[in-house]
Design a protein around this ligand. Structure first.
Ligand code: GLU
Length: 276
């Protein structure tokens, strides 16, 4: 986002545009036509998904749109850009996106490079296995298995450092790429946040094929990433997130996006009322 400076001519044009907007349009873009670029996931059903018709869906998409609206941007002024797990810090550092809402766990390593608003969601790392495979009963069973996760994710890092250091870990660019391997048997388990895995398991083409382990291997507190040092934006996003929880839009977004997959999420972090 750039500072909003408008010349007299632009201001006059703006007044006309606003007058036109007031006459029964759908609300149009932001008051000065500026866009805001938001990094989301493109391949995580329920969380962040680009649909074949070019639309965007998911909990993070709803959160991003709510936050953008609170910052003064209409839905039509929000430009979504793919933020793969390994690219998120760089996208923010380079200024390629204004903020990131992409299943982005807050941690100290990332805090060295970016700032976070939130947390706005609590997920837990889990595993997705084939429905008929009962050889993975405990997290320790993962050590002899072919595990799949994503480069630059906390999930892959946790496997290597604590969960299953002896597992054969295959790292891809996105979790959706792990799913084919799980289906055809070249991968034994996909590991990442339960909220993400539940969305894959509920997809039509995978229905009945996979199950979640239910292991709660970690706490993943999702934050909205902003450029390091942009405290003003961080604070404005924090206020927007608080408002989203208070006015029950947060709960609605949780139910709309995770309900169909049967995923029961935790209450909003920091608040004690149950989400659903
Ligand atoms: N929440 C975890 C992370 O930020 C895993 C999900 C992801 O890769 O986006 O790394």
């Amino acid at each position: 986002m750039k500072p909003r400076k408008v010349s007299a001519a632009a201001a006059a044009a703006l007044t006309l545009a606003l007058a036109a907007t007031a006459c029964g349009s759908d609300g149009g873009g932001s008051d000065d036509g500026k866009k805001i670029t938001v990094g989301i996931k493109f391949d995580q059903p329920g969380v962040g998904l680009k649909t074949p018709d070019g639309g965007y869906q998911g909990f993070d998409v709803d959160v991003a749109r709510y936050v953008a609206r609170e910052l003064g941007y209409a839905p039509s002024d929000v430009v979504f850009k793919e933020a793969k797990s390994a690219d998120r810090e760089t996208l923010l550092q380079r200024g390629d996106v204004d903020f990131i809402a992409a299943s982005y766990s807050i941690n100290d390593e990332r805090r060295k490079k970016v700032d976070f608003a939130g947390p706005y969601f609590l997920a837990h790392q889990d595993v997705l296995v084939r429905a008929g495979d009962d050889s993975i009963k405990t997290p320790a069973d993962l050590n002899d298995k072919k595990l799949c996760s994503v480069t630059g994710s906390t999930s892959a890092q946790n496997v290597k450092t604590k969960l299953a250091p002896r597992a054969q870990l295959q790292e891809y660019g996105g979790y959706s790429e792990c799913l084919t391997g799980l289906e055809n048997g070249t991968i034994d388990a996909v590991t990442t946040d339960d909220a993400i895995l539940a969305g894959y398991a509920a997809q039509d083409q995978f229905k009945g094929k996979f199950r979640l382990g239910g292991f709660k291997l970690s706490d993943e507190l999702y934050g909205i990433g902003v450029k390091k040092g942009d405290t003003e934006l961080r604070n404005r996003i924090d206020a927007a997130l608080r408002k989203m929880v208070q006015d029950s839009e947060w709960k609605k977004a949780v139910e709309a996006n995770f309900g169909p997959a049967g995923y029961r999420s935790e209450p909003p972090p920091g608040l004690s009322t149950p989400a659903g």
